[in-house]
Design a protein around this ligand. Structure first.
Ligand SMILES: Nc1ccn([C@@H]2O[C@H](COP(=O)(O)OP(=O)(O)OP(=O)(O)O)[C@@H](O)[C@H]2O)c(=O)n1
Ligand SMILES: C[C@](O)(CO)[C@H](O)COP(=O)(O)O
Length: 232
C-alpha cells in the first residue's frame, strides 16, 4: 500500500468559541486540544506522515508541541490560509513523495476513534473517498431568510459529516485544483470531490467525535476525555 499522509488543520481563529486563545490551544485534560489530536494520529500505525497546518504566528509554538510530545510522524508544521480549504491545500503540497492516500482531519476533533479511522481508511482504499459521519438525531429543516421553514428533508437520509475525511491523494489534489479554478469554496473536502461527480462513501462513527466549536462544547469535551476516550 502507498504511504498514508494525514493533514491536521488547525489554522482557524476559533471565532465562535469567543476566547482570546484560539480554541485548538485551550487546555483539555492535561494538555491542549490540538495535542490530543496529534497524539491520536501519532499512535495509529498506518499513518506514515503528519502535516500540521496552523496559524502563521503559531508555527514556532506548534513546532514546540511536536518536539515536546514526541510527534515524530509530524514532518512539517506549516502556515495555513484564510479559509479551511486553503489550509488543506497548503498541507497537500507538503506531503512526501510516494504518498498515495491522504486523510484530512480537524485539529479540534480530538475524539475520533481509532477503529473508525481505520474503517474510513479501509473504505477509502476500496472506493477512493470516504468520510466519518453519524445519522442526525434532530429533525432538520430548510429555513429561509425570514426564519420561515421551507422544507423538511427526510431525516432517514441525513448524516452529520465529521472528519477524518480520506481520499486517494490524486483525487483530492484534482478536486482542490478544480475548485480553485472555479472559485468554489466548500466547507469540507468531500464537497470538492463530489463536484467531480465522484461518489464519496460514509462510514459510521460515533457521537463522541465532536468538533469543539462553541463554549458549550467544552464541558462536554472534558466529560468525554475523563469518562470515554481518556488521554490519547
Ligand atoms: N482558515 C482555516 C479555518 C479553519 N481551519 C481549521 O479547520 C478546523 C475546523 O474549522 P472550525 O471548527 O470552523 O474552526 P475555526 O475556523 O477556527 O472556527 P470559527 O469558524 O468559529 O472561527 C479547525 O481545526 C480549524 O482550526 C484551518 O485550518 N484554517
Ligand atoms: C469539515 C467539517 O468538520 C465537517 O463537518 C466541517 O465542515 C468544518 O466546518 P467549519 O465551519 O470549518 O468548522
Amino acid at each position: 500500500m502507498g504511504k498514508l499522509g494525514v493533514i491536521i488543520v488547525a489554522a482557524g481563529r476559533g471565532s465562535r468559541m469567543g476566547t482570546a486563545e484560539s480554541k485548538q490551544y485551550l487546555q483539555l485534560g492535561q494538555k491542549p486540544i490540538l495535542v490530543h489530536t496529534l497524539q491520536l494520529f501519532q499512535n495509529i500505525q498506518e499513518v506514515d506522515e503528519i502535516i500540521l497546518v496552523v496559524g502563521a504566528d503559531d508555527v514556532d509554538r506548534c513546532s514546540g508541541y511536536v518536539a515536546d510530545y514526541g510527534i515524530t510522524k509530524a514532518t512539517q508544521v506549516l502556515a495555513g490560509g484564510a479559509e479551511r480549504q486553503d489550509s488543506v491545500r497548503q498541507g497537500l503540497g507538503a506531503l512526501q513523495p510516494g504518498t498515495e492516500w491522504v486523510m484530512v482531519h480537524d485539529g479540534v476533533r480530538p475524539f475520533a476513534k481509532k477503529e473508525h479511522i481505520f474503517a474510513c481508511l479501509t473504505k477509502t482504499q476500496e472506493t477512493g473517498a470516504a468520510v466519518l459521519a453519524v445519522p442526525v438525531k434532530d429533525t432538520i429543516k430548510v429555513v429561509d431568510g425570514n426564519n420561515q421553514i421551507q422544507s423538511t428533508p427526510d431525516r432517514r437520509s441525513l448524516w452529520a459529516i465529521q472528519t477524518p475525511q480520506a481520499f486517494r491523494l490524486a483525487l483530492l489534489l484534482e478536486a482542490h485544483e478544480q475548485a480553485e479554478r472555479a472559485g468554489f469554496l466548500g466547507t469540507d473536502d468531500a464537497m470538492l470531490v463530489e463536484r467531480l461527480g465522484v461518489k464519496v462513501s460514509v462510514v459510521e462513527s460515533d457521537y463522541y467525535n465532536i468538533k469543539i466549536t462553541t463554549p458549550e462544547d467544552l464541558p462536554w469535551a472534558e466529560w468525554i476525555v475523563h469518562n470515554v476516550r481518556g488521554e490519547a
